[in-house]
Write a protein that binds this ligand. Structure first.
Ligand SMILES: *Cc1c(COP(=O)(O)O)cnc(C)c1O
Length: 366
Protein backbone atom coordinates (compact mmCIF):
# COMPACT_ATOMS: atom_id res chain seq x y z
CA UNK A 1 0.00 0.00 0.00
CA UNK A 2 1.14 3.53 -0.77
CA UNK A 3 2.72 5.39 2.13
CA UNK A 4 0.98 8.72 2.67
CA UNK A 5 1.63 11.37 5.27
CA UNK A 6 -1.79 12.74 6.06
CA UNK A 7 -2.08 16.44 6.91
CA UNK A 8 -5.67 16.95 5.84
CA UNK A 9 -7.70 19.29 8.08
CA UNK A 10 -10.78 17.10 8.24
CA UNK A 11 -11.79 14.41 7.63
CA UNK A 12 -8.30 13.60 8.72
CA UNK A 13 -5.83 11.03 9.93
CA UNK A 14 -7.20 8.45 12.37
CA UNK A 15 -5.24 5.90 14.40
CA UNK A 16 -4.35 2.78 12.42
CA UNK A 17 -5.58 0.70 15.32
CA UNK A 18 -9.03 2.28 15.06
CA UNK A 19 -9.19 1.66 11.32
CA UNK A 20 -8.08 -1.97 11.72
CA UNK A 21 -10.61 -2.86 14.40
CA UNK A 22 -13.32 -1.14 12.36
CA UNK A 23 -12.45 -3.26 9.34
CA UNK A 24 -12.92 -6.34 11.52
CA UNK A 25 -16.26 -5.05 12.83
CA UNK A 26 -17.42 -4.40 9.29
CA UNK A 27 -17.21 -8.14 8.76
CA UNK A 28 -18.29 -9.38 12.16
CA UNK A 29 -19.45 -7.03 14.89
CA UNK A 30 -18.89 -8.23 18.46
CA UNK A 31 -19.15 -11.88 17.45
CA UNK A 32 -22.68 -11.44 16.09
CA UNK A 33 -21.75 -12.48 12.56
CA UNK A 34 -23.35 -9.24 11.39
CA UNK A 35 -21.49 -6.17 10.07
CA UNK A 36 -21.55 -3.23 12.49
CA UNK A 37 -23.44 -1.21 9.87
CA UNK A 38 -26.22 -3.80 9.71
CA UNK A 39 -26.96 -4.52 13.33
CA UNK A 40 -30.00 -2.96 15.00
CA UNK A 41 -29.15 0.08 17.05
CA UNK A 42 -31.55 -1.35 19.63
CA UNK A 43 -29.47 -4.50 20.09
CA UNK A 44 -27.63 -5.17 23.33
CA UNK A 45 -24.33 -5.30 21.47
CA UNK A 46 -24.88 -1.81 20.09
CA UNK A 47 -26.02 -0.44 23.42
CA UNK A 48 -22.68 -1.61 24.80
CA UNK A 49 -20.84 0.49 22.22
CA UNK A 50 -22.86 3.59 23.12
CA UNK A 51 -22.16 3.07 26.80
CA UNK A 52 -18.48 2.44 26.21
CA UNK A 53 -18.19 5.54 24.05
CA UNK A 54 -19.83 7.75 26.66
CA UNK A 55 -17.67 6.20 29.36
CA UNK A 56 -14.50 6.88 27.36
CA UNK A 57 -15.48 10.52 26.97
CA UNK A 58 -16.15 10.82 30.69
CA UNK A 59 -12.92 9.19 31.64
CA UNK A 60 -10.64 10.90 29.13
CA UNK A 61 -11.92 14.44 29.71
CA UNK A 62 -12.97 14.02 33.33
CA UNK A 63 -16.56 14.97 32.60
CA UNK A 64 -18.57 15.35 35.84
CA UNK A 65 -21.93 13.66 36.39
CA UNK A 66 -23.98 16.81 35.92
CA UNK A 67 -22.96 16.91 32.26
CA UNK A 68 -24.65 14.91 29.51
CA UNK A 69 -22.70 13.53 26.57
CA UNK A 70 -24.55 13.47 23.28
CA UNK A 71 -23.75 12.04 19.86
CA UNK A 72 -25.69 13.73 17.09
CA UNK A 73 -25.88 13.98 13.32
CA UNK A 74 -25.52 17.14 11.26
CA UNK A 75 -21.95 18.10 12.12
CA UNK A 76 -20.68 21.09 14.04
CA UNK A 77 -22.49 23.38 11.61
CA UNK A 78 -25.83 22.14 12.87
CA UNK A 79 -24.61 22.55 16.43
CA UNK A 80 -24.32 26.29 15.68
CA UNK A 81 -28.09 26.26 15.41
CA UNK A 82 -28.56 23.89 18.38
CA UNK A 83 -26.70 26.40 20.56
CA UNK A 84 -28.91 29.30 19.52
CA UNK A 85 -32.11 27.22 19.74
CA UNK A 86 -31.36 25.86 23.20
CA UNK A 87 -29.63 28.79 24.90
CA UNK A 88 -30.53 32.03 23.17
CA UNK A 89 -33.23 34.10 24.80
CA UNK A 90 -32.35 37.81 24.62
CA UNK A 91 -28.65 38.42 24.21
CA UNK A 92 -25.64 36.38 23.15
CA UNK A 93 -21.98 37.27 22.68
CA UNK A 94 -19.49 35.58 20.37
CA UNK A 95 -15.74 35.81 20.14
CA UNK A 96 -15.12 36.23 16.44
CA UNK A 97 -11.85 34.51 15.80
CA UNK A 98 -12.44 33.05 12.37
CA UNK A 99 -14.80 31.75 9.75
CA UNK A 100 -16.34 29.08 11.97
CA UNK A 101 -16.97 31.55 14.80
CA UNK A 102 -18.66 33.84 12.32
CA UNK A 103 -20.86 31.07 11.03
CA UNK A 104 -21.85 30.17 14.59
CA UNK A 105 -22.77 33.81 15.25
CA UNK A 106 -24.82 33.98 12.07
CA UNK A 107 -27.16 31.28 13.35
CA UNK A 108 -27.84 33.17 16.59
CA UNK A 109 -28.42 36.36 14.60
CA UNK A 110 -30.90 34.52 12.40
CA UNK A 111 -32.81 33.30 15.44
CA UNK A 112 -32.78 36.83 16.92
CA UNK A 113 -34.15 38.24 13.70
CA UNK A 114 -36.88 35.63 13.43
CA UNK A 115 -38.06 36.71 16.87
CA UNK A 116 -38.10 40.40 15.99
CA UNK A 117 -35.18 41.21 18.29
CA UNK A 118 -32.69 44.00 17.60
CA UNK A 119 -30.02 43.16 15.04
CA UNK A 120 -27.32 43.35 17.74
CA UNK A 121 -29.02 40.90 20.12
CA UNK A 122 -26.39 38.39 19.02
CA UNK A 123 -23.07 40.09 18.42
CA UNK A 124 -19.30 39.80 18.32
CA UNK A 125 -17.88 40.85 21.69
CA UNK A 126 -14.46 41.09 20.06
CA UNK A 127 -13.02 40.18 16.69
CA UNK A 128 -9.64 39.59 15.07
CA UNK A 129 -11.01 40.08 11.55
CA UNK A 130 -8.87 43.26 11.26
CA UNK A 131 -5.77 41.09 10.89
CA UNK A 132 -7.18 38.12 8.99
CA UNK A 133 -7.80 36.28 12.27
CA UNK A 134 -4.09 35.79 12.89
CA UNK A 135 -4.48 36.38 16.65
CA UNK A 136 -6.89 35.80 19.54
CA UNK A 137 -8.44 39.05 20.86
CA UNK A 138 -7.55 39.71 24.49
CA UNK A 139 -8.69 43.21 25.39
CA UNK A 140 -12.38 42.71 25.91
CA UNK A 141 -14.81 42.19 28.75
CA UNK A 142 -17.56 39.62 28.62
CA UNK A 143 -20.85 41.44 29.33
CA UNK A 144 -22.59 39.97 32.37
CA UNK A 145 -26.08 40.17 30.87
CA UNK A 146 -25.49 37.59 28.12
CA UNK A 147 -27.38 34.32 27.89
CA UNK A 148 -24.03 32.83 26.93
CA UNK A 149 -20.60 33.64 25.57
CA UNK A 150 -19.44 31.55 22.61
CA UNK A 151 -15.84 30.79 21.71
CA UNK A 152 -14.16 28.66 19.06
CA UNK A 153 -11.17 27.19 20.88
CA UNK A 154 -9.19 26.27 17.77
CA UNK A 155 -9.41 28.11 14.51
CA UNK A 156 -8.84 25.35 12.05
CA UNK A 157 -8.46 27.66 9.07
CA UNK A 158 -6.17 30.36 10.51
CA UNK A 159 -4.18 28.24 12.94
CA UNK A 160 -4.83 30.12 16.17
CA UNK A 161 -5.96 28.53 19.40
CA UNK A 162 -7.23 29.40 22.87
CA UNK A 163 -5.13 26.91 24.80
CA UNK A 164 -6.57 27.53 28.24
CA UNK A 165 -9.98 27.37 29.91
CA UNK A 166 -11.15 30.92 30.40
CA UNK A 167 -13.28 32.29 33.20
CA UNK A 168 -16.61 33.65 32.12
CA UNK A 169 -19.27 35.43 34.17
CA UNK A 170 -21.95 33.88 31.93
CA UNK A 171 -22.45 30.38 30.51
CA UNK A 172 -19.40 29.59 28.40
CA UNK A 173 -20.06 27.70 25.16
CA UNK A 174 -17.19 26.29 23.14
CA UNK A 175 -16.89 24.88 19.65
CA UNK A 176 -13.98 22.47 20.19
CA UNK A 177 -14.28 20.71 16.85
CA UNK A 178 -10.61 20.81 16.02
CA UNK A 179 -8.86 20.58 19.37
CA UNK A 180 -11.10 18.38 21.49
CA UNK A 181 -9.04 15.71 23.30
CA UNK A 182 -5.80 17.42 22.30
CA UNK A 183 -5.24 18.70 25.84
CA UNK A 184 -6.77 18.30 29.29
CA UNK A 185 -9.82 20.56 29.67
CA UNK A 186 -11.48 21.83 32.84
CA UNK A 187 -14.98 20.91 31.74
CA UNK A 188 -16.53 22.68 34.74
CA UNK A 189 -15.68 26.05 33.20
CA UNK A 190 -18.07 25.36 30.34
CA UNK A 191 -21.83 25.13 30.10
CA UNK A 192 -21.59 23.45 26.73
CA UNK A 193 -18.79 21.99 24.64
CA UNK A 194 -19.54 20.72 21.15
CA UNK A 195 -17.92 19.87 17.86
CA UNK A 196 -17.75 17.65 14.80
CA UNK A 197 -15.86 14.40 15.33
CA UNK A 198 -13.89 14.44 12.10
CA UNK A 199 -10.93 16.53 13.26
CA UNK A 200 -9.70 14.70 16.30
CA UNK A 201 -12.02 12.00 17.57
CA UNK A 202 -13.43 10.14 14.60
CA UNK A 203 -14.82 10.25 11.09
CA UNK A 204 -17.38 12.69 9.70
CA UNK A 205 -21.03 11.94 10.38
CA UNK A 206 -21.26 12.42 14.10
CA UNK A 207 -20.91 15.45 16.34
CA UNK A 208 -20.55 15.53 20.11
CA UNK A 209 -22.13 17.80 22.70
CA UNK A 210 -21.22 17.92 26.37
CA UNK A 211 -24.02 19.80 28.10
CA UNK A 212 -24.28 20.86 31.71
CA UNK A 213 -27.66 20.02 33.15
CA UNK A 214 -28.62 23.49 34.38
CA UNK A 215 -28.06 25.45 31.15
CA UNK A 216 -31.11 23.94 29.46
CA UNK A 217 -34.79 24.71 29.84
CA UNK A 218 -34.33 28.46 30.11
CA UNK A 219 -35.65 29.60 26.74
CA UNK A 220 -39.29 30.44 26.15
CA UNK A 221 -39.55 29.70 22.43
CA UNK A 222 -40.50 26.35 20.97
CA UNK A 223 -37.50 24.20 20.11
CA UNK A 224 -38.06 21.70 17.29
CA UNK A 225 -37.85 18.17 18.70
CA UNK A 226 -34.69 17.15 16.85
CA UNK A 227 -32.94 20.41 17.77
CA UNK A 228 -33.76 20.18 21.44
CA UNK A 229 -30.81 18.80 23.42
CA UNK A 230 -33.30 17.50 25.99
CA UNK A 231 -34.79 15.12 23.42
CA UNK A 232 -31.41 13.49 22.97
CA UNK A 233 -30.54 13.56 26.65
CA UNK A 234 -33.73 11.75 27.51
CA UNK A 235 -33.17 9.08 24.86
CA UNK A 236 -29.41 8.82 25.39
CA UNK A 237 -28.66 9.88 21.81
CA UNK A 238 -31.00 7.21 20.45
CA UNK A 239 -34.17 9.23 19.86
CA UNK A 240 -33.74 8.25 16.24
CA UNK A 241 -31.16 6.06 14.53
CA UNK A 242 -27.77 7.39 15.58
CA UNK A 243 -24.85 7.54 13.11
CA UNK A 244 -23.75 4.06 14.16
CA UNK A 245 -20.72 3.65 11.93
CA UNK A 246 -19.23 7.02 12.88
CA UNK A 247 -19.85 6.35 16.56
CA UNK A 248 -18.20 2.96 16.26
CA UNK A 249 -15.04 4.45 14.77
CA UNK A 250 -15.08 7.23 17.37
CA UNK A 251 -15.17 4.61 20.11
CA UNK A 252 -12.17 2.84 18.60
CA UNK A 253 -10.34 6.16 18.29
CA UNK A 254 -10.93 6.95 21.96
CA UNK A 255 -9.83 3.45 22.95
CA UNK A 256 -6.57 4.15 21.19
CA UNK A 257 -6.21 7.49 22.97
CA UNK A 258 -6.71 5.83 26.33
CA UNK A 259 -4.26 3.07 25.45
CA UNK A 260 -1.47 5.56 24.77
CA UNK A 261 -2.02 7.43 28.03
CA UNK A 262 -4.94 9.82 27.52
CA UNK A 263 -5.14 13.55 26.94
CA UNK A 264 -2.24 14.59 29.14
CA UNK A 265 0.09 12.29 27.28
CA UNK A 266 -1.21 13.25 23.86
CA UNK A 267 -0.92 16.93 24.77
CA UNK A 268 2.81 16.51 25.41
CA UNK A 269 3.23 14.80 22.08
CA UNK A 270 1.09 17.42 20.30
CA UNK A 271 3.12 20.29 21.75
CA UNK A 272 6.36 18.56 20.71
CA UNK A 273 5.09 18.02 17.17
CA UNK A 274 3.90 21.60 16.83
CA UNK A 275 7.10 23.08 18.24
CA UNK A 276 9.21 21.00 15.90
CA UNK A 277 7.29 22.29 12.91
CA UNK A 278 7.10 25.92 14.03
CA UNK A 279 10.84 25.84 14.74
CA UNK A 280 11.51 24.72 11.20
CA UNK A 281 9.20 27.40 9.76
CA UNK A 282 11.14 29.99 11.74
CA UNK A 283 14.51 28.60 10.76
CA UNK A 284 13.76 27.99 7.09
CA UNK A 285 14.28 31.11 4.95
CA UNK A 286 11.63 30.09 2.47
CA UNK A 287 8.65 29.99 4.85
CA UNK A 288 6.83 32.32 7.23
CA UNK A 289 4.27 31.42 9.87
CA UNK A 290 1.00 33.37 9.70
CA UNK A 291 -0.36 33.09 13.25
CA UNK A 292 0.65 35.31 16.13
CA UNK A 293 3.31 33.19 17.95
CA UNK A 294 1.61 33.28 21.35
CA UNK A 295 -1.74 32.23 19.87
CA UNK A 296 -0.62 29.64 17.39
CA UNK A 297 -2.38 26.32 17.26
CA UNK A 298 -0.87 22.99 18.16
CA UNK A 299 -3.33 21.34 15.76
CA UNK A 300 -3.25 23.37 12.53
CA UNK A 301 0.08 24.88 11.55
CA UNK A 302 -0.41 27.63 8.96
CA UNK A 303 2.39 29.16 6.95
CA UNK A 304 3.13 30.81 3.63
CA UNK A 305 6.06 31.24 1.28
CA UNK A 306 8.40 34.10 2.29
CA UNK A 307 7.70 37.10 -0.02
CA UNK A 308 10.86 36.61 -2.11
CA UNK A 309 9.86 33.00 -2.87
CA UNK A 310 6.17 33.66 -3.40
CA UNK A 311 6.15 32.30 -6.94
CA UNK A 312 7.34 28.90 -5.67
CA UNK A 313 4.15 28.16 -3.74
CA UNK A 314 2.73 25.65 -6.18
CA UNK A 315 6.20 24.15 -6.68
CA UNK A 316 6.45 23.41 -2.98
CA UNK A 317 3.01 21.85 -2.93
CA UNK A 318 3.97 19.61 -5.82
CA UNK A 319 7.30 18.75 -4.26
CA UNK A 320 5.59 17.91 -0.96
CA UNK A 321 3.01 15.79 -2.74
CA UNK A 322 5.63 13.89 -4.70
CA UNK A 323 7.18 13.01 -1.33
CA UNK A 324 3.91 11.62 -0.03
CA UNK A 325 2.68 14.72 1.88
CA UNK A 326 -1.09 14.92 1.52
CA UNK A 327 -3.27 17.88 2.43
CA UNK A 328 -0.59 20.53 3.01
CA UNK A 329 -2.47 23.13 0.99
CA UNK A 330 -3.96 26.00 3.01
CA UNK A 331 -7.72 26.49 3.24
CA UNK A 332 -9.14 27.82 -0.01
CA UNK A 333 -10.02 31.11 1.70
CA UNK A 334 -6.45 31.91 2.81
CA UNK A 335 -4.08 30.02 0.48
CA UNK A 336 -0.54 29.13 1.51
CA UNK A 337 0.03 25.99 3.50
CA UNK A 338 -1.54 24.28 6.45
CA UNK A 339 -0.34 21.13 8.12
CA UNK A 340 -2.99 19.66 10.37
CA UNK A 341 -1.20 17.58 12.95
CA UNK A 342 -4.06 16.17 15.00
CA UNK A 343 -3.72 13.54 17.73
CA UNK A 344 -3.38 10.62 15.33
CA UNK A 345 -0.75 12.31 13.16
CA UNK A 346 2.47 10.49 14.08
CA UNK A 347 5.69 12.34 14.92
CA UNK A 348 7.22 10.60 11.92
CA UNK A 349 4.84 12.49 9.58
CA UNK A 350 5.92 15.82 11.05
CA UNK A 351 9.56 14.81 10.67
CA UNK A 352 8.94 13.83 7.05
CA UNK A 353 7.38 17.22 6.32
CA UNK A 354 10.29 19.03 7.95
CA UNK A 355 12.73 17.01 5.87
CA UNK A 356 10.78 17.99 2.80
CA UNK A 357 10.97 21.69 3.73
CA UNK A 358 14.71 21.44 4.29
CA UNK A 359 15.26 19.73 0.96
CA UNK A 360 13.16 22.30 -0.84
CA UNK A 361 15.23 25.04 0.75
CA UNK A 362 18.44 23.35 -0.39
CA UNK A 363 17.18 23.14 -3.95
CA UNK A 364 16.11 26.75 -4.18
CA UNK A 365 18.59 28.75 -2.14
CA UNK A 366 22.34 29.04 -2.18
C1 LIG B 1 -14.67 21.82 10.73
C2 LIG B 1 -15.18 22.76 11.73
C3 LIG B 1 -16.56 23.06 11.82
C4 LIG B 1 -17.57 22.49 10.87
O1 LIG B 1 -17.77 21.16 11.09
P1 LIG B 1 -18.86 20.32 10.27
O2 LIG B 1 -18.96 19.09 11.08
O3 LIG B 1 -18.29 20.12 8.91
O4 LIG B 1 -20.11 21.11 10.24
C5 LIG B 1 -16.96 23.91 12.81
N1 LIG B 1 -16.09 24.47 13.68
C6 LIG B 1 -14.77 24.21 13.62
C7 LIG B 1 -13.85 24.84 14.60
C8 LIG B 1 -14.28 23.36 12.64
O5 LIG B 1 -12.97 23.11 12.57
Amino acid sequence: MKKAYNFFAGPCVLPEQAIDSTIDALKDFAGTGIPVVSISHRSKEWENVMNECRQLWRELLGIPDNYHILFLGGGASLQFLYVAMNLFEKKAGYLETGVWAKKALKEAQGIAKSRGLASDAAFAVASSADKTYCYIPKDYTIPTDLDYFHITTNNTIYGTEIKYDMDSPVTLVADMSSDIMSRPVDVTKYGLIYGGAQKNVGPAGVSFAIVRDDVLGKVSNYIPTMLDYRTHIEKESMFNTPPVFAIYIMTQTLRWLRSIGGVEKINKINVEKAEMLYDEIERNRMFVGTANPEDRSIMNVCFVMAPEYKELESNFLEFAKSNGMMGVKGHRSVGGFRASIYNACPVSSVKALIKCMKEFEKQHTK
